[in-house]
Design a protein around this ligand. Structure first.
Ligand SMILES: Nc1ncnc2c1ncn2[C@@H]1O[C@H](COP(=O)(O)OP(=O)(O)OP(=O)(O)O)[C@@H](O)[C@H]1O
Length: 248
């Protein structure tokens, strides 16, 4: 089932300089998708469009077949419930003045989701492997990896269908990164993940499908194993060559 379709989308922050050209892809339920490209290729811009922070200058983004309409409050409420995000920096993305409980509760409050919030927060903490007593602590009491778990708990507490993760593991050291990728893999049994990264290795570990972006254009897209085994585009080969090889 198609969750989101991006159809011939173009975008520029200014009229003169387009940043995305004719970008089309679909996000399917249950199929993790990786968006890979060098710095400046337009990955975060695609996420901004998917989050409704920017509008395409042409083309259409659809959610469950319905064109995204930022002015339609009912549609946007449904969309925000279904699509949550996690960002790169676990230090700046959590409000230091709020306790973990209030941080994780934010989507439940913002989306006016009825029911037992405390129970939902405790479940989300358990899902990301944090102890229940984290609830009454502040972000500064946690390590980078734990903060990223808190950010993930906030992203999944309202049980979205899709989580958009922008370089969500890049700022972490290698062993923490591996643990968070394992956690994402575990969560993705229930929630589809769109992972943006310049690191083809991380994306390959998590995503069944990959899109390769170069200067705002998709140069290659398909099943991860096919792309890794038979990269067609020189840019993909270059990205592959830059993946550090783990010692056996
Ligand atoms: N707010 C902005 N105003 C103007 N130009 C921008 C803005 N944000 C990004 N750009 C430009 O848009 C292009 C794509 O940037 P984008 O951040 O989407 O790339 P990226 O692939 O996510 O890069 P990175 O991996 O470094 O985050 C770049 O040329 C960038 O300079």
């Amino acid at each position: 089932m198609t969750l989101i379709s991006v159809d011939s989308v173009a975008f520029g922050y200014s009229r003169k300089e387009p940043v995305l050209h004719d970008v089309s892809f679909t996000v399917k339920k249950g199929v993790n998708l990786g968006l890979v490209g060098e710095s400046g290729s337009g990955k975060s811009t695609i996420l901004k469009l998917l989050l409704g922070l920017e509008r395409p200058s042409s083309g259409v983004i659809r959610f469950e077949g319905q064109p995204m309409n930022l002015n339609d409050r009912e549609f946007m409420r449904r969309y925000r419930r279904a699509v949550q995000a996690v960002f790169q920096d676990p230090y700046s993305s959590l409000d230091p003045r709020q306790k973990v409980e209030a941080i994780i509760a934010e989507p439940l409050r913002a989306l006016k989701i009825p029911g037992d919030h405390r129970a939902a927060i405790e479940q989300a903490l358990a899902d990301v492997g944090l102890p229940v007593d984290a609830i009454s602590r502040y972000p500064h009491e946690f390590s980078g990896g734990q903060r990223q778990r808190i950010a993930l708990a906030r992203a999944i507490v309202a049980r979205p269908q899709l989580v958009l993760a922008d370089e969500a593991v890049s700022a972490l050291d290698l062993s923490t990164r591996i643990r968070i990728v394992d956690l994402l893999k575990d969560l993705s049994k229930a929630i589809t993940i769109l992972l943006v990264s310049h690191d083809l290795g991380v994306v390959a570990a998590l995503c069944e499908e990959i899109i390769i972006l170069e200067k705002g254009r998709i140069v290659e897209a398909g099943r991860t194993e096919d792309i890794l085994a038979r990269p067609q585009h020189p840019y993909t080969r270059k990205l592959l060559a830059s993946v550090p090889r783990m010692p056996a």
